[in-house]
Design a protein around this ligand. Structure first.
Ligand SMILES: [Ca+2]
Ligand SMILES: [Ca+2]
Length: 245
C-alpha cells in the first residue's frame, strides 16, 4: 500500500542520511498528515434504537412525579411492535401512578426513556413504533414524543380490550424538525390515568432518527487518502531538494 511505502521511507536508513533541514520538513508534513487523519467529530445517531442489545443500553429511564414504569429497569422482550408478523426485541413498560392520591380524577402518571445524540444542522426526522397490550382497561397509554423538551407528537390509545380478551393496539410517533448542530435530547413519555382492570403493557421499538442533520461526513478513508497524497508529494519534493545539484 502507498501509505506503508511512504512510512517505510520515512523510517529507512536512507532517511537518516538526509540533511536535518529536510528531515525536519518531513516530520512537520507527517505531523500535518497525522492531524488530517484524526477522525472529524461527526453527527451520530441513536444508540440501540431497536433494543437489539436485549436491554436499555444507551437509554436513560425517568418517571413523572407520582409515576412508575412497572419494573426498573424495564424489560426488553420479543414483541411484534409494528404488526408485520415479525417479533423483535422491544422495550416493555407498565406505566402508571405508584404514589400520591390514587383514585378517581388522578392525573396522568408514568415515565419513559430519553437519549441525547449529536446532529449537524438540517432536517431531522424521528419515528418510533409504539404498541399497547391489555385486557379491559380504561387507559392503555398516552404516548408523547419530546424533542429538546418540546412535545412534537402524541398518540392516545384510549381504552383497551373493553369488549373482552387480550388486545394489542399499534401506532407510530413521528416528527420532522429543523435542528441546529450540536447535542439534542429525545424523550418518549408514556402516561396513564386511573384505569380499572389489569394494568396494560406499553411497548417501544425501532426508534429511528434520520434526515440531512445526520448526513454522513466524509469517510475517514478519503481523508486518509488525501493525507497520503500530500505526504508522497512532500517526500518526492524533499528527495529532489536533497539530490546533489
Ligand atoms: Ca415487527
Ligand atoms: Ca427491535
Amino acid at each position: 500500500m502507498a501509505i506503508d511505502r511512504a512510512f517505510r521511507r520515512l523510517l529507512s536508513p536512507a532517511a537518516e542520511r538526509r540533511p536535518a533541514r529536510i528531515r525536519r520538513r518531513i516530520v512537520s508534513i507527517a505531523s500535518a498528515v497525522g492531524l488530517l487523519m484524526i477522525p472529524v467529530p461527526a453527527s451520530a445517531g441513536l444508540i440501540n434504537g431497536d433494543f437489539e442489545t436485549g436491554d436499555l443500553t444507551g437509554w436513560t429511564t425517568f418517571v413523572t412525579l407520582h409515576g412508575g414504569l412497572g419494573s426498573e429497569p424495564p424489560a426488553v422482550v420479543l414483541f411484534d411492535t409494528n404488526g408485520d408478523g415479525i417479533a423483535s426485541n422491544a422495550a416493555r413498560f407498565q406505566v402508571g401512578q405508584v404514589s400520591g392520591n390514587i383514585g378517581g380524577g388522578a392525573p396522568q402518571e408514568g415515565g419513559g426513556v430519553l437519549q441525547s445524540f449529536v446532529t449537524g444542522a438540517g432536517e431531522l426526522l424521528i419515528s418510533v413504533d409504539i404498541a399497547a397490550e391489555g385486557a379491559s382497561n380504561a387507559s392503555a397509554g398516552l404516548f408523547s414524543l419530546l424533542f429538546d423538551h418540546v412535545v412534537v407528537d402524541t398518540h392516545d390509545f384510549g381504552d383497551i380490550g373493553l369488549s373482552g380478551g387480550l388486545t394489542i393496539e399499534r401506532s407510530t410517533l413521528s416528527a420532522s424538525t429543523m435542528v441546529t448542530a450540536g447535542s439534542h435530547e429525545m424523550e418518549i413519555l408514556m402516561t396513564r390515568g386511573a384505569g380499572i382492570g389489569g394494568t396494560p403493557y406499553q411497548y417501544l421499538d425501532d426508534v429511528i432518527v434520520s434526515g440531512s442533520a445526520l448526513s454522513p461526513v466524509p469517510e475517514p478513508s478519503s481523508i486518509t487518502l488525501l493525507g497520503v497524497g500530500l505526504l508522497i508529494t512532500a517526500l518526492s519534493r524533499s528527495r529532489r531538494a536533497a539530490a546533489p545539484g
